[in-house]
Design a protein around this ligand. Structure first.
Ligand code: CP
Ligand code: NVA
Length: 336
């Protein structure tokens, strides 16, 4: 199957979605959809990343991002080495810049997951190979590629769609979702308590991106108002990795922002079959099927999480197809 690779992405890093123009973002989502079809049909082309070596440098734990990268690399013939936070000298015995220069001499691409966004920037500045942000405290752009792919799978090219995000309005996923929706042409409402509102710089960046697509980026504190007319309702954990000290505060602030069935009925889209629920995962839900799940207060109830309109496991699978698309597009050989 001939797949169109967006050539402008060769040798490029992805630190935030602003690194992609709108056409490139669409191109990556389209490529991921093609790669998914190709894998399902069993008609895989010659491996596109044969002989390539990739590093996955992770300061924080991960299920999806790590596994997506491992499988994507294997499918395309690349070798991927996982480097956990205690495995190398990053930022302790060796500066990030020096580590980046060493890794860049050996690897063809680096997937980074960590705390400070600056670390991702330094890696990209010094490694001289593509660096893909697999989550920092500020941004989670590779997640949003999968989210947009899942929206596309459910709504095709429909225009005028609306996404409402409920919960911690200032976390990495939400910052990147605002940008991704702005660039992809989805109206977006960030619904959160004022104490957890996004930093002004992220709203400004999303609104600037939205000028080109003509969609709206709003912040709203009332859940019923926020979800009205929404086609996609999205939430994330109330306490992100590294913010565990804020657990009690988040619990107190976010109770009214839990996603449950009555709230989704307020979208007006449920009966029309024009609604999907998304969550980047891992999620706290009721875990009714578990015997000994270590659960926190659920940000989403099981009647939503387990509903047919919940696409969270398609979304999780799509992490693999989108990370594969990113690897393939940024590491493709330039045309002769
Ligand atoms: N959504 C996501 O990034 O999941 P992991 O933390 O499991 O990688
Ligand atoms: N906001 C969450 C996303 C996890 C994929 C976190 O940073 O922990």
């Amino acid at each position: 199957m001939a797949i169109n690779l967006p050539a402008s992405l060769i040798n490029r890093s992805l630190l935030t979605l602003e690194d992609l123009d709108n056409r490139e973002l669409e191109g990556l989502v389209d490529l991921a959809i093609e790669l998914k079809r190709e894998k399902a049909a069993g008609t895989r082309a010659p491996k596109r990343l044969a002989g390539r070596n990739l590093a996955a440098l992770f300061e924080k734990p991960s299920t999806r991002t790590r596994c997506a990268a491992v499988v994507a690399a294997a499918d395309e013939g690349a070798c991927l080495e996982y480097l956990g936070k205690n495995d190398i000298h990053l930022g302790k015995k060796e500066s990030v810049a020096d580590t980046a220069r060493v890794l860049g001499r050996m690897f063809d691409g680096i997937l980074f997951r960590g705390f400070a966004h600056r670390t991702a920037e330094l890696l990209a500045e010094f490694a001289a190979v593509p660096v893909w942000n697999g989550l920092t405290d500020d941004a989670h752009p590779t997640q949003i590629l999968a989210d947009l792919m899942t929206v596309r799978e459910n709504f095709g090219q429909d225009k005028g769609l609306k996404m409402a995000y409920l919960g911690d309005g200032r976390n990495n996923v939400c910052n990147s979702l605002m940008l991704g929706c702005a660039k992809f042409g989805l109206n977006f409402v960030n619904c959160c308590p004022p104490e957890l509102a996004p930093e002004a710089r992220w709203i400004e960046r999303a609104r600037r991106a939205a000028q080109e697509t003509g969609v709206s980026i709003e912040v709203e504190s009332d859940p019923q108002t926020a979800v009205r007319g929404a086609n996609v309702v999205y939430t994330d954990v109330w306490v992100s990795m590294g913010e565990e000290a804020h657990f009690e505060q988040r619990l107190a602030l976010l109770q009214p922002y839990r996603v449950d069935l009555p709230l989704l009925e307020a979208t007006g889209q449920l009966k029309r079959d024009r609604l999907v629920f998304l969550h980047c995962l891992p999620a706290f839900h009721n875990h009714q099927t578990e015997i000994t799940a270590e659960i926190g207060p659920p940000e989403v109830t099981d009647d939503v999480f387990e509903a047919p309109f919940s696409k969270v496991f398609d979304q999780a699978e799509n992490r693999m197809h989108t990370i594969k698309a990113l690897m393939v597009a940024t590491l493709q050989k330039p045309p002769d």
